[in-house]
Design a protein around this ligand. Structure first.
Ligand SMILES: CC(C)(COP(=O)(O)OP(=O)(O)OC[C@H]1O[C@@H](n2cnc3c(N)ncnc32)[C@H](O)[C@@H]1OP(=O)(O)O)[C@@H](O)C(=O)NCCC(=O)NCCS
Length: 160
């Protein structure tokens, strides 16, 4: 696994990564999501992206107080590389990175069927009030770090 800032991706890495992520951001919907600022990537020997977890940071609100919110997004493993623990490792490294950056808690959005996968990594479904800049049909999950959100979370912008 390597950790690379979005701005430091080579053109070839960028192409390979966004080929892997195409289905996750399908139909030109990328602009309706916040982009990862940092990528945790497993590359193949030939330099192709095989598994990914994205990292975003956001200044938002938690229980009506300013909060530093860390995000994990774009979790995906190429089909032939699944069930090898790659996504688990990538998400784990993303969380370590966000912990080092001092965020208050980590948040992600996923389809309901994947809740079990993220629960194994310490996330729990969020059932408090949630605000972001557009309707979000996905399940929101939270991993408390310095703060444990109790009542409300406001992303103050696009979800990831
Ligand atoms: C979900 C995904 C990222 C898992 O990647 P991975 O590298 O295979 O994950 P790991 O090897 O670390 O863990 C595998 C375990 O995750 C769980 N899992 C995988 N897909 C799942 C799903 N759709 N629903 C529930 N659990 C799932 C299973 O427990 C699986 O264990 P198993 O292989 O023994 O059945 C991968 O299947 C994928 O890219 N899916 C399509 C994109 C997607 O749904 N991304 C999540 C967006 S929030």
């Amino acid at each position: 696994m390597t950790i690379v800032d979005a701005k430091d991706l080579t053109p070839a890495q960028h192409t390979s990564l966004w080929t892997l992520l195409a289905d996750s951001y399908e139909h030109g919907a990328r602009q309706r999501w916040a982009y990862p600022e940092t990528h945790v990537v497993a590359w193949s020997e030939t330099g192709l992206a095989r598994a990914h977890a994205g990292v975003v940071g956001r200044s938002g609100y938690c229980d009506e107080l300013a909060a530093s919110i860390g995000g994990v997004c774009g979790v995906r493993t190429a089909e032939h590389y699944r069930s090898l623990g790659l996504a688990t490792t990538a998400v784990g490294q993303a969380v370590v990175l966000l912990r080092e950056r001092g965020v208050d808690f980590v948040l992600l959005c996923c389809d309901g069927e994947l809740c079990g996968f993220y629960e194994r990594l310490g996330f729990a479904p969020w059932d408090g009030a949630f605000r972001c800049s557009r309707p979000l049909p996905q399940t929101v999950m939270v991993l408390p770090l310095k703060k444990t959100p109790r009542k409300s979370i406001d992303l103050c912008g696009l979800p990831w």
